[in-house]
Design a protein around this ligand. Sequence first.
Ligand code: ADP
Ligand code: ZN
Length: 615
Amino acid sequence: MSFQQILSEVFGYAQFRGPQQAIIEHVGAGGDALVLMPTGGGKSLCYQIPAIARHQAGHGVTIVISPLIALMHDQVGALHEAGVSAAFLNSTLSGEEAYQVEQRLMRGEITLLYAAPERITTPRFLAQLDSLFERGCLSLFAIDEAHCVSQWGHDFRPEYRALTVLHERFAGVPRMALTATADDLTRADILERLQLEDARAFVSSFDRPNIRYSIVEKRDSTQQLLRFIEREHEGEAGIVYCQSRRKVEDIAQTLVDAGIKALPYHAGFDPKVRQTHQDRFLREEGIVMVATIAFGMGIDKPDVRFVAHLDMPKNIEGYYQETGRAGRDGLPAEAWMGYGLQDVVNQRRMIDESPAGEEFKQVMRGKLDALLGLAEATDCRRVRLLTYFGETSQACGNCDNCLHPPAVWDGTDAARKLLSTIYRIQQMSGISFGAGHLMDIVRGKTTEKVTQHAHERLSTFGIGANFTELQLRGVLRQLIAMGAVAVDAQAFNTLQLTEQSRAVLKGEVAVQLRESVSAPTERKSKRSTRLSTVVKAPINLDSEGLMRYSALKAWRAEIAKEHNLPAYVIFHDATLAAIAQRAPQSLDDLQGISGIGAKKLEAYAQEVLRVVALD
Ligand code: ADP
Ligand code: ZN
């Protein structure tokens, strides 16, 4: 079969997306490749189609190297549904099951074999690969999540370093590395570490046009999150990222108390609990996963409608990778982040206190600054994000700043007042103080602490009385973000001037701030919204169409349960909606609906027709 035939007959898709075709042709012909594509871009097909074509042509098995043992079962299950012979080898298999897989592997029956890097580099597995290699039955190595090889990436896995063995031991077997993490440093590191310098690089646009980005100033972030979910994403699947395990558990509980189906996930839970929660997220509809960044890599659930950050990530790569988990199906999705002074302080502190070397810290600070720039931006977020990944673009019309251009005010005067107060406190008392005390002085509040240190005698006491605390907080946050104020983590987060302070004090650098948004309004009452919940379909359907759609969903849930697979592995929502709209009465009517390959047509057409007839 040609690549195009495999695409339509096996996977049921009419057209290649973006650079898929070029990649597939290159790798299918035995070339090495580095594939950089955003999450949801369609990386899997880039190795699955060459794997199928090369297996048919007698080149043998494709080994897919992936760090995600917990997801291999579903990945392989999805291929089975499409009629592709695939298997995985990992610690979840019994000795007997693993032996069976090895036998099938050696007999050449497997098209795609998934394994983790630790497994690949065991003497036993290497010996099996040797034997396949000698017989010319080793077709391709696909190294998924290839950024794990780099310490600059955010998921460094030392085991990935051992993958150089592939190149050395199996010279001539094509290799492709795939990742959604793209900054130059990581990219160069991947090429060097995996010795892919001569591979052809395929770099897609990193734009995810269906994701709407918004970054809001934190007030009461839990309430803000609740409002966001209840207003915009009721009943929909989403991920909420928090920094600490403790916070994950608290927020999950808060959501549950508010009637939202939420589950917690972090590395501190027993592996069984983690697996159960992950499975429920993948298999049930409308679950909100509250998690640390331990959750999400490789999660290919296509209908995650939002990703919310309650704490700021470390850098733009992390932010982009995490938010990229929303809307893989191409339907509208949202990336929402709450951001505040404390985030800036925490992230700076984590870098300062880390045991890493100074060079590494410098890189990390640079990356953090880029993210702070994004958070403080008053212009298009997407332009900023894409610029970071080396792409030029126009204002997108689908981010908070484009949709509701923020009013900007000049915070330079307030900034100078804050800075000169920090300077004067230091001069008078010989020690530094934290943000709260600083703002009290600038706003002229006579607190106990102010009196105790006689700070009402400072010449700057009360010079910023015309500013609200919120405004000053915003200014201070931006000063810290731009490095004009340093936070000393070793000394109770006290504030100090830096080299950069002078330029602001002299008025050489302007401080532009977004006008604070109006006060938060009341949440919708829980009960009224719960009652009004209706089926949401990804396309506009009439009432009959909606009935067919919900019947199809119910049917799909049964099948998914029977097969122990997530529902989307059977059919995507978009496929079900297309079926519901077309109201097919015969097999012919089902032809050409995206997402129905030959195997699925054969397996499910009759039942789908029956369900659609609403008998
Ligand atoms: P990635 O691994 O890059 O994040 P996936 O390989 O999971 O992305 O693909 C994202 C979604 O897009 C999947 O649900 C996949 O079935 C779908 N997809 C990929 N390629 C195509 C295509 N050519 N046409 C239609 N859908 C596609
Ligand atoms: Zn925009």
